[in-house]
Design a protein around this ligand. Sequence first.
Ligand SMILES: [Zn+2]
Ligand SMILES: [Zn+2]
Length: 726
Amino acid sequence: MNRARLIVMNAALGPLDYRVPHGMSVEPGSVVVAPLGPRQMIGVVWEAERLPTQEVGDNRLRNLLHVYDLPPIAAPLRRLVEWTADYYLAPLAAVLRMALPSSGALEGARSITEYRATGLVPERLTPQRAQALERIGERQGLVSELAIIGGVSDGVIRGLCKAGAIEAVEVAIDDPFPEPDPDHDPPALEEAQADAADELREAVAAARFAPWLLDGVTGSGKTEVYFEAIAQAIRMGKQALVLLPEIALTEPFLKRFAARFGCDPVPWHSGQRQSQRRRAWRAIASGEARVVVGARSALFLPYCRLGLIVVDEAHEASFKQEDGVQYHARDVAVMRAKLEDIAIVLASATPAIESRHMAEIGTYRELRLPDRYGGARLPDMAALDMLQDPPPRGRWLAPKLVEALEENLEAGEQSLLFLNRRGYAPLTLCRRCGYRFQCPNCTAWMVEHRFTRRLACHHCGHMMPAPQACPECKEEDSLVACGPGVERIADEVRELFPDARTAIVTSDTIWSPAKAAEFVARMEAPHDEPDSIDIVIGTQLVTKGYHFPNLTLVGVVDADLGLAGGDLRAAERTFQQIQQVSGRAGRGDKHGRVLVQSHDPNARVIRALVGGDAEGFYAAETDARREAAMPPFGRLAAIIVSSESQAEANETARLIGRAAPTHDNMAVFGPAPAPLAMLRGRHRFRLLVHAARAVPVQDIIREWLGGLSWKASIRVSVDVDPYSFL
Ligand SMILES: [Zn+2]
Ligand SMILES: [Zn+2]
């Protein structure tokens, strides 16, 4: 009797047993189709002994239907799926799903049918059809993808197809990717870089687990160094994976990669079309994709010959996934390297305290690049005291910063104003009655976006048109914007310097790699070209990855902003962010300077930034964490209870609180209403578990919550090692 135990792609189901019919052969990792009731499900064969479940008699087993012609999910990846599910208290199927593509890529079809506009205008041009055709432009994709781009239903796209305005095209998805050439254009490395590159090359050649922290100041040439490790992996016939924190950073990375290796790497991110993802997935599984660059979701793909992982900008909080499986890609990447027995490089100019600590205790090896490449100096930094030298009423830029912008404009050099707040104003209120616009679904103010003439909630995406009159007292034109967002700063810049060419860089304007490429091209255009940019106003999206030699001034509009939240990492995050954005200044021959606006220039973090005392700052932060037994010296886990009914959520949170186990070196705080007490229409309560490192927090929580039950309308999620405290 030949049985197989499966994890099926349904997070609500446990392991299931099937009969392997005569003539079919499967092994652990095989991707199969199994019957489930009247339906069919994709599943992966697993080692039965690792998935204990109720044994089912042979006579009750159903036959597997099909096994895909694909390499099985390899053992190291199976162990990673188990580890991730166990550590983050997530269902195995939910983690495994991240390793598998859509069924289309499993089928192994050689082509996919996409659609594109023919240029023909249909006889009956409804407003919807016109909108769809205009937005689609020259793009192509599946019917469903074009419907999303066009902002219409699938039916409208199909109608356009019948009318001859859109046609089908076959796209090959098994076309080979070009091979990167490790000797295409090796760079001239400086001594410190060359030494670091040698170490990393050796580590890749050794083909053993080795975690490295590549700690180099902004502009020190970290990318060139880890490129040499990638070259080594390519020479050995291995694959390399580079994780980036944001899609927007892919574009500058692709350019640098192509210059070094003669062709693009294989990208993987959510902005890709189905056809691109299918092609990439198959090439990754076959080993044909040699170097993959992607967002955190690229971490779980079934590489068959992985030889190196690089996590660039490894300090970035966006490596933490906040919904679904709440994993931290940096930490899971280290675990994958361990299970694959390969080298991993965490690269950063501002490593997280967690990573520094691992280097300090010798778990990670550290490589330092203390100087900028090519003799460029780090920029000069100064704080501007907003109480001593405030901007005029209704303005946000201090006189000294305005003066510096003016000088830069005259010199034909570029400037960057950094404010980590999208939109025009964070709060809109009525001057007459004090009414404030709050999101109906969240405990959050509606943010005015003046370009789109709307108020938007940055938590749930709820939008409303900006009203003419106050909804409370009905007074017309009584609404005032409070505080600045990037759009308001851009307005101020345009009033001050009407001839300056400006650009706003936020996730509202740079929402695809193509938009990022457009921005980079404008920044790099010669100064006398009309399309060039003089002053960029941006959010954290501009703080990293970019290299613009003519950018010599950075103004931080509100350095106090990040400290307001006051969570565990507020000071560290502020330090990293300002250090990173400062790092954009003076990367070429010209010297850079940074002006930091603050209401409290004597705050420790501002003093450390201006004084260039990163070591002192980190030492003090680390001590504070050690004393409070906070991560990495202690552990945290959050339990979030949410429901559309406040009473239900409250009641369940109390039930969980009352059942809290007592344990040495562990404390449970709460329940209390979450700071974001309502999110997307759900009321939220939080409990926080704080424990010493040695306490097996996951096992305790599993047992604790496993013994309780609640209604299906209540959601209880556990966030292990939380980064968000909202
Ligand atoms: Zn009013
Ligand atoms: Zn909202």
